[in-house]
Design a protein around this ligand. Sequence first.
Ligand SMILES: [Zn+2]
Length: 366
Amino acid sequence: MNGNMLAARAYPEEKAFRMEEIDHPEIGHGEVLVKVGAAGVSPGVLNHWQWGMMKLLPATLSPEIAGTVEEVGAGVIDYQTGDRVRVHANLTCRRCEFCLSDRELLCRQCSLIGFMVFGPDAMPLYERYHDGGLAEYVRVPAWLLDPLPEEIPFDVGSKIHHLAVASRSLKLADLAPGSTVVVTAATGAMGAATAKLAGLFGVARVIAVGRSRERLAGVEALAPDLVETLTTEDLPENWAEDGLLTKAIRDLVPEGPDAVIDYLPAGPGTWQAVSSMRPGGSAVIVGGNQAPPTLPALAIMVNSWSVVGNRSCTRSDALELINLLRARRLKVDDLITHRFPLHAANTAMEVVRDRTEPTWMVVAKP
Ligand SMILES: [Zn+2]
């Protein structure tokens, strides 16, 4: 395919996308050109760029892509022009012990299309496919496409990656039916997705912890039978220094929650929430908080707590979500708060960054 296409391009040390006309990607053997139907705009990707952590710039960002097959390269037998697809963005070797045991994120070659490099051997795969979904077209290897059923619109299809991170986090919490789960940073997109999915994992109570009472009310409305809210604004001013979040959680759940799913990027809330767990509880660390632990290793030992990390999702998580969405066991339209045309990608970025209005999932549509 020849000619130009519109793309939102990220340049080093710049704060806004350049909307550029660039060449269509040329596809080779085993590759597919996808006409983007929707692409996610999420804070993690934008921060990675603005904090100077992108390996190859300029680039087209966004690992969250759904659309239709425009053109297939030689050797592609599973897809044809017009097929609806989502892109699973995890570039990996597909043959190491991690790839073969549903832990592909730990692969030495792991990177995400339109986003970040995880493994030390991510090049040259990432070099070939680092351009993501904020464009009219994207080139991907055919093995990363999942068929997208008619029942799932492109905007929801593009957000399956994010939903799958929430689903993996809930799986890692290893919950028994009837469990109580604390979700921190609950008013963000991941927290809201976790509240939405929790019922499918047998969770009976979600304690959604956040700063703003008004925003927490929005999360409660997503699953009113399940979600109770805990607002740090309502705690005494010394809560951060004196461990009062632990006490506030215990006031709501005297025996302690079965798990904490932590999305906090900073601050004392992570370890205060973990400290509230009942013996045998599981903490799933997803937010990447750099604050050092404030609880002794002894507490983890005595309480037999599990503390596990999760940095994204795997293919199996995404495929399960496609099945749940197709069967209408899960409806997530209310999680998508904003839809922008691709040419307004900078406005989309401002909404994600500033969050001056309730903002969960944001998509751009060429
Ligand atoms: Zn591998």
